[in-house]
Write a protein of this length. Structure first.
Length: 250
């Protein structure tokens, strides 16, 4: 049976939206905590200006075992946010296969739009679970069916080497939300592991045709930036919610 767990403003940071303090959610054997933010918080009412985004989330099992595995993350972003990729180099995902984090960043350094770290917990036949972690790099990717993409790269070495190269479609939409980002989380250690940590800073300034540009820009047309998110877990539990986050305009 699929369970749908709605989340309100109090835990909206779980959806990687901007927040001043960490949010916490407990259900069954799982605890999720997260926080995030963007700068600057004071924005024009009509014009879009560059911003940087930071987000962090941690998952743990109350019984200290392997937490429930996240299989999909879907994020919808307010129409007051905008993505800019004109003239920004794109990274070919094939260049990242079997690359170390340092090699990946060197091969596609001009396409980097974000950096962070990911962690996982992996079960083993005997003894406590193993901890695995890796630097996370986010690259601007090639267009897919007309839509922009981001490429996520990470590489773990525990209990064996596993390289993750995830193509993330960024679908432009009509209506309340401008973009939808869908991240399909691949199995970790052949299904014996689960994501326990992710943090990232996203933002990139660059020049194209003599004009200063930004990967992410925003405005504050109505004093609210809205984010909707959905986490889908391995047992079909869904954590779903919308956050209205205030901004000020100048």
């Amino acid at each position: 049976m699929r369970r749908l767990l709605p989340i309100g403003i109090a835990v909206g940071a779980l959806l990687f939206a901007a927040g001043a303090s960490a949010a916490l959610l407990r259900f069954d054997n799982l605890v999720l905590t997260a926080d995030g933010g963007f700068t600057p918080r004071t924005l024009p009412r009509r014009a879009f200006v560059p911003i940087d985004f930071r987000g962090r989330a941690d998952l743990r099992a109350i019984d200290r075992g392997i937490p429930l595995a996240v299989q999909r993350i879907v994020l919808d972003f307010d129409r007051d946010g905008r993505l800019g990729i004109a003239g920004l180099p794109a990274c070919d995902p094939s260049l990242l296969v079997e690359a170390t984090p340092a090699e990946a960043r060197a091969r596609c350094r001009n396409a980097i739009v974000g950096r962070g770290r990911v962690g996982a917990l992996i079960a083993r036949a005997a003894g406590a679970p193993l901890e695995a972690s890796s630097p996370l790099t986010i690259f601007n990717g090639p267009r897919q069916q007309g839509h922009p993409t981001a490429i996520l790269h990470a590489r773990t070495t525990v209990p064996a080497i596993q390289t993750f190269v995830i193509t993330v479609p960024i679908e432009q939409r009509r209506g309340e939300f401008r973009y939808r980002v869908t991240i399909d989380v691949p199995p970790i250690a052949a299904g014996r592991g689960a994501l326990t940590h992710i943090d990232a800073k996203v933002g990139r300034r660059y020049r194209f045709r003599g004009i200063k540009r930004s990967y992410i820009s925003a405005r504050c047309s109505d004093n609210v930036l809205r984010t909707h998110g959905r986490l889908v877990f391995a047992d079909a539990t869904i954590v779903d919610g919308t956050l209205d986050k205030g901004c000020t305009f100048r």
